[in-house]
Design a protein around this ligand. Structure first.
Ligand code: ADP
Length: 400
């Protein structure tokens, strides 16, 4: 078999996550996280087999973070590789691929320029993704680097579903439309669910719920995304940890009129809303579930708002796809919260979802089916693995 070692890099504004996979088996060889890049107290944590290193390091920017990552991977004592040449390719996560990229690609100068140009659409993400790409291409030369875009899986959404009902010239001038995000996760769990249920994509419709800090839900027919809840930016759609999801846009104007600044309103919608905003407590479902159990009414309200919005989207996507075969839960909340899954999927008999409360408890945070044996819609928990999906993309592009 054509074994390859693929390094996956995922750069956030002040962090760099990495994993090395042995492909095509998808075996994780090492996993690491560099945090607080550009601050005084940067750290690196690296795990492989039973070895964990965790220490403070000086990391002033993403270029230096790539250096620190390579030192850790190649360290003769705690590292995993003897030589940088043992890396066969590098897979990078890029948030926005605009309308141009509907598939993962090998990174060329043209791709670098495009990622730079799409920064206008994802100012918090694309520039920092690009910094990681440039640093890695400089330090890990003579192999190919690939990019997987969060938006590309959703490029199959039909025009009537991605177009906002605003003057068309805004689409023509600024490309304002629904793009959708979390594409790697939705496509990864959909494929896993199909193989778990032994079904072919050609005759299976799925709804995938990615419920993490960010949350989105996608309708998938014939293996292709046909609608998704996040839109022009990741702010639209479901209630999230700190993001509002759907609101009446007139609220923004109303708040500006009341004296709030632009920045305050956008900050509020992105960082102070969602579960945190409604509960007034936390963005973490674990804290909110605990408080609700202890009788905190606002905490219960936050959980109810969260579940209700998802139910509405499940109903809407059932209507647009006519029939649904599989409903998938994934992400930190979807995978771990037994309570939240029940709150969302119980009592949806009218659309063929016969939820099994006992199975739901038994499955806990593992892969498995949580609907009854006779349920027309199979409800299933699938742990997501966006990094593995990126390694698969890189392997398929370069070595298959
Ligand atoms: P990210 O979107 O940052 O990758 P995750 O997918 O890891 O986030 O999801 C993080 C969220 O998962 C936490 O904020 C928390 O609300 C939720 N979560 C994690 N473990 C549990 C648990 N055991 N019960 C309920 N919620 C959980």
């Amino acid at each position: 078999m054509n074994n390859k070692k693929i390094l996956v890099i995922n750069c956030g504004s002040s962090s760099l996550k990495y994993q090395l996979f042995l492909m095509p088996e998808g075996i994780n060889l090492v996993k690491g996280l560099i945090e607080r890049i550009g601050q005084k107290d940067s750290t690196i944590k690296q795990e492989h087999k039973d070895k964990t290193i965790e220490k403070k390091v000086q990391v002033k920017d993403h270029n230096q973070a790539v250096k620190v990552m390579l030192e850790a991977i190649l360290n003769p004592k705690d590292g995993i590789l003897k030589n940088i040449k043992d890396i066969d390719s590098v897979a990078h996560r890029v948030v926005h691929g605009g309308e141009k990229y509907s598939e993962p690609v090998i990174i060329t100068n043209e791709v670098v320029n495009d990622i730079e140009n799409f920064a206008d659409l994802a100012p918090l993400h694309n520039p920092v993704n690009l910094e990681g790409i440039k640093a890695a291409m400089e330090q890990i030369q003579s192999i190919k680097h690939t990019a997987t875009f969060d938006t590309s899986f959703h490029q199959s959404i039909p025009e009537y579903a991605y177009m906002y009902a605003i003057p068309h010239e805004l689409y023509e001038k600024f490309r304002i439309r629904r793009y959708g995000f979390h594409g790697s996760s939705h496509s990864y769990v959909a494929n896993k669910a199909l193989s778990y249920c032994k079904r072919a994509k050609e005759n299976t419709n799925l709804i995938t719920c990615h419920l993490g800090n960010g949350c989105s839900i996608t309708a998938i027919a014939f293996g292709k995304s046909v609608d998704t809840s996040m839109g022009f930016t990741p702010l639209e759609g479901l209630v999230m940890g700190t993001r509002s999801g759907d609101i009446d846009p007139a609220i923004i104007h109303y708040l500006l009129d009341k004296g709030y600044t632009d920045k305050e309103v956008i900050d509020m919608l992105n960082k102070k809303s969602g579960l945190l905003g409604v509960s007034g407590l936390s963005n973490d479902v674990r804290d909110i579930e605990k408080a609700a159990k202890e009788g905190n009414k606002q905490a219960q309200l936050a959980l109810d708002c969260f579940a209700y919005r998802i139910k509405k989207y499940i109903g809407a996507y059932s209507a647009v796809m006519v029939k649904v075969d599989i409903l998938v839960f994934t992400g930190g909340i979807g995978q771990n919260s037994i309570y939240m899954r029940e709150l969302i999927a119980n009592n949806l008999f009218n659309i063929g979802i016969h939820f099994d409360k006992d199975k739901n408890k038994l499955i806990g945070n593992h892969i498995g089916i949580i609907s009854t044996d006779y349920s027309p819609v199979t409800v299933i928990v699938i742990p997501t693995d966006e990094e593995k999906k990126m390694a698969e993309d890189s392997y398929t592009l370069l070595f298959q």
